[in-house]
Structures are given as structure tokens and as C-alpha cells.
Design a binder for this molecule. Structure first.
Ligand code: 2AM
Length: 180
């Protein structure tokens, strides 16, 4: 099974990312992700035998339990790759930054004998692939949310052949104030 660790978006934030994707689609051709698939990847594992799902979950649970629930802010459009064949993204800023968590996850996965893409890591939400970027992109309103949970996601095609990211496991971040 193809797995990754990531953060899901609250409905209010997904409404913003959906609106950003719709406004981009008016001027940026590309293959747009389903808004239901919008997420922030923390670490990508790739193919994992189903019997090791529990071990992957335990790695995420241990690392998340030692990390304060981060506040994420959408910081506007950006891209990876060439402008004529780009991955269109929304940049995400996190407080505290997510890079140390990504590094810890990659180390813990390796120690558990699980696969992990070492990076580079740059937090974002993918909106479209094979995008052809114009000189200017529309504005995307700033929006913030606190992620109190992380997930093990399954990346798989549904019966109709549509790629879906499905949370299989959910684990809490540390919450110093004890609010969650
Ligand atoms: P993304 O986070 O930029 O959207 C499932 O494939 C998810 O894991 C996708 O959201 C994808 O990119 C992310 N991902 C991170 N590293 C990956 C890799 N090496 N191969 C495939 N997907 C990867």
C-alpha cells in the first residue's frame, strides 16, 4: 500500500484552498487535484507492506506526541519546477516550523526499517500538476489553522480510477495547554 504522513485541512480552510484553485484554474491551465485531496505532506513513505501499517502509525504517533500542535498559515501561490510544466502550490508557513518534524519522521522510519523519501522538504498544498504559469497569479487570501492531529494517508485509486488520499490512522500532536 502506498502511504504518506500528512495533515488534513479543516473544512473552512479547504473552502479557501478550493477557491484558490478555482481562481487559478481561470488563468492557469493544468491538471488540478481534487479539493478533497488537498493536504500538507509531512513525509512520503511510498510502498509499504500492509502488515507494516501499524509500525508506520507508531512512528507517526511517537513523533507527533513530541511535537507541539503547529499553526499553519497559507502564504499564497508558488510553484515547483519549470513555469511551462510546473507544480502549482500554495506555500504553507508553520509555527513551529515543520522541517524538524519531517527530519525526525524520516529518521524514525529508517530506524523502523520503513521506507522514507528524505526530501527536500518544503511545506505546501499541491493544487495542480503540469501547470503552465502566466506572468502573474491571482491573490489568495491568508488563512490559518491549528493542526491538532496528523494522519497516515493511503494513496490509492477508487473503483472509478480516481486517485484518493484517505486518512487510515489519526494521531494527536502534543498540546501543552491540554486543549485537545
Ligand atoms: P505533494 O505533497 O507535493 O502533493 C502522495 O503521493 C502525496 O505524497 C502527494 O501529495 C505527493 O506530493 C507527496 N509526495 C512527497 N514525496 C513524494 C514522492 N517522492 N513521490 C510521490 N509523492 C510524494
Amino acid at each position: 500500500m502506498r502511504l504518506f504522513f500528512g495533515l488534513s485541512l479543516p473544512d473552512s480552510i479547504r473552502a479557501v484552498t478550493r477557491a484558490c484553485a478555482e481562481s487559478a484554474a481561470a488563468c492557469v491551465p493544468g491538471r488540478y487535484a481534487l479539493a478533497g485531496n488537498h493536504h500538507v505532506t509531512l513525509a512520503f513513505l511510498g510502498d509499504v507492506p500492509p502488515e507494516r501499517l501499524r509500525d508506520a502509525r507508531d512512528v507517526l504517533a511517537r513523533c507527533a506526541a513530541a511535537f507541539p500542535a503547529p499553526t499553519l498559515t497559507l502564504c499564497g501561490f508558488d510553484h515547483f519546477g519549470r513555469r511551462e510544466n510546473a507544480i502549482l502550490i500554495l506555500r504553507v508557513k508553520s509555527d513551529p516550523p515543520l522541517a524538524p518534524l519531517h527530519d525526525r519522521l524520516v529518521q524514525a522510519l529508517a530506524a523502523a526499517g520503513l521506507p522514507a523519501d528524505p526530501g527536500p522538504f518544503s511545506p505546501h498544498i499541491t493544487l495542480a500538476r503540469h501547470a503552465v504559469l502566466p506572468d502573474a497569479l491571482p491573490a489568495c487570501p491568508p488563512a490559518s489553522f491549528r493542526a491538532v492531529q496528523a494522519h497516515v494517508f493511503l494513496s490509492a485509486r477508487d473503483g472509478a480510477g480516481v486517485l484518493r488520499y484517505t486518512p487510515l490512522e489519526t494521531v494527536p500532536f502534543a498540546c501543552p495547554g491540554g486543549e485537545n
